[in-house]
Design a protein around this ligand. Structure first.
Ligand SMILES: CC(C)(COP(=O)(O)OP(=O)(O)OC[C@H]1O[C@@H](n2cnc3c(N)ncnc32)[C@H](O)[C@@H]1OP(=O)(O)O)[C@@H](O)C(=O)NCCC(=O)NCCS
Length: 200
């Protein structure tokens, strides 16, 4: 299948690699900060973000910022959002993925987990059974989510962070690199350490 990709930075390289590993073709990139004619991973920049609509292709937003992905997704209502799943992701058939979500190499998603729209399940992350992952979440590389974890929209689970069974993490929160959530995190808060707490 042919895809368009919005974004032409480092994260886009991994999205492109994921789509290609799954047997897809990326025809072009759309990025406001690049010039037409530049290329990333051999794929040409064809225009600014709004021009992605003209491709008529399933499109993935390859932008690491959760807020920026939301802004782009809401500004382009006419686009068909595609999903990128690396063939070396292990995903139980009962897992549900929303539109525009990317699942990178080495990830494991266990039964009855539901992942929202435009989520990044980054390299080597694992999400166990019955988790609920909101739209625009980023589950960073090496993150470990136990069973029955809930994460609200827009939250960043930092690299190698973890959450124990039943943890509740709010929306637009940041769980720092290596932090361990043992109970809950309120909306919009940044927590670090084990157990994860707001910095004093
Ligand atoms: C938590 C985080 C958001 C804080 O960022 P910040 O507000 O810019 O914080 P600073 O770098 O200014 O650090 C402030 C203090 O918090 C400490 N701190 C920062 N991140 C920490 C972490 N993950 N765990 C423990 N302490 C941390 C710093 O050591 C510093 O301590 P000090 O005041 O005693 O010197 C960030 O450090 C982080 O962990 N981001 C995750 C990034 C990530 O995983 N992205 C995914 C990429 S794919």
């Amino acid at each position: 299948m042919r895809f368009a990709v919005i974004g032409a930075g480092g994260h886009a390289k991994v999205v492109i690699a994921t789509l290609q590993a799954a047997g897809h073709t990326v025809t072009g990139l759309y990025d406001d900060r690049k010039t037409i004619g530049e290329s990333v991973a051999g794929i040409p920049v064809l225009g600014a973000v709004p021009a992605a609509v003209e491709s008529g292709l399933p499109t993935v937003i390859a932008v690491g910022s959760n807020a920026a992905r939301r802004r782009i997704a809401t500004s382009l209502p006419g686009v068909e959002w595609g999903v990128a799943i690396h063939p070396q992701a292990v995903m139980h058939p009962s897992v549900r993925l929303g539109a525009g979500t990317v699942v990178f190499a080495g990830t494991v998603l266990q039964p009855d987990t539901i992942v929202g729209d435009h989520v990044i399940v980054n390299t080597g992350a694992s999400i166990d059974h019955d988790c609920r992952i909101g739209d625009f979440v980023h589950v960073a590389p090496g993150c470990r989510l136990a069973g029955d974890v809930t994460i609200g929209a827009g939250t960043l689970m930092g690299i190698c962070s973890f959450a124990i069974p039943g943890a509740r993490i709010g929306s637009w929160a940041t769980v720092g690199a290596g932090a361990g959530v043992l109970s809950s995190v309120p909306d919009g808060r940044t927590v670090v350490g084990v157990p994860a707490r707001e910095r004093g």
